[in-house]
Design a protein around this ligand. Structure first.
Ligand SMILES: [Zn+2]
Length: 286
């Protein structure tokens, strides 16, 4: 992983440099008091031995750590290890298992699992809620078996690689349509297979289908749903080969992590995007 070698070397040789690097790489600093919300009246009260600053608000006197409200707050894991974990994840093929991460970081399997779950949780907040537009595909997939099963509806915007993965109770028209309406801008081109329950989408979208049951997978003019089909294949492959199955309780978080990496892996620096999502101390938290 030559891209991050320099950063990794520094994090390993100077574990105390984590917070400094985090600040520098994300260019994010506390500007807002977590108690009274006033902006621009914070001064550094003290800096602990790990380099983490405690700020004091000059208006209300509240003191708080710069990591307050992030996954690094009061964490026993050094920030350098969190950053290494993210590098191992973004450079892995598909994803990384807790067992593998634990070995790489020299922490227990349970600790590595907790770290990954905290990261997933925070990434799931970072997917945004803008409408998808342009060329959009949708499909449903079944995950797990019997009591551990979910039906997931996937909607993907081809150009900007935005995905919405929604758990749905069934594939009836009245279940699917509100999610489409909520997530896809009116007037978009909308591609699905020829499932009858998608017929209503023709009202708001330019809806075109391919009939998979007749062996038709693409038509002229970019009419296909191969992008979302590929996404299902990727996610199922990751769950099967890297995580060896996951429980229904946590499925949503694994899906969110996939959606985040799918969106940012090709267009921008996923490592940087992830750091910014996990370390957002400029925001007011009240
Ligand atoms: Zn204050």
């Amino acid at each position: 992983m030559p891209k991050y070698q320099k950063i990794m070397r520094k994090l390993i040789s100077h574990p105390g440099s984590g917070i400094k690097m985090l600040r520098k790489l994300t260019d994010r600093h506390r500007k807002c008091c977590v108690e009274c919300g006033v902006i621009g009246h914070l001064h550094v009260h003290h800096t602990d031995k790990r380099g983490i600053r405690t700020y004091q608000c000059q208006m209300c006197n509240k003191t708080f750590a710069e990591t307050y409200g992030t996954i690094f707050y009061k964490s026993k894991i050094p920030i350098s290890s969190w950053m290494l974990a993210i590098i191992f994840w973004v450079t892995a093929t598909g994803s990384i298992s807790a067992a593998d991460l634990g070995r790489k970081l020299g922490v227990s399997h349970v600790t590595a699992w907790k770290m990954l779950m905290k990261i997933r949780e925070k990434l799931s907040d970072g997917l945004g809620e803008e409408m998808l537009e342009g060329l959009v595909e949708a499909d449903e997939a079944w995950f797990g078996r019997k009591n551990n099963q979910d039906i997931i509806m996937g909607i993907v915007e081809r150009k900007n690689r935005k995905i919405r993965l929604v758990t749905i109770p069934n594939v009836k028209e009245e279940t699917l349509y509100p999610h489409i309406q909520k997530n896809v801008k009116e007037g978009s081109r909308f591609f699905t297979d020829s499932r009858i329950t998608y017929s209503i989408t023709g009202i708001r979208y330019h809806h075109q289908t391919t009939n998979h049951s007749k062996g038709e997978f693409a038509k002229k003019g970019g009419v296909h749903s191969n992008t979302i089909e590929q996404i299902w294949g990727d996610i199922k492959g990751i769950i099967r080969t890297i995580h060896h199955g996951i429980s229904q309780k946590y499925r949503k978080l694994y899906l969110a992590q996939y959606a985040f990496s799918y969106q940012f892996k090709h267009s921008t620096n996923l490592f940087y995007k992830t750091l910014c999502q996990l370390f957002s101390p400029t925001y007011c938290l009240i």
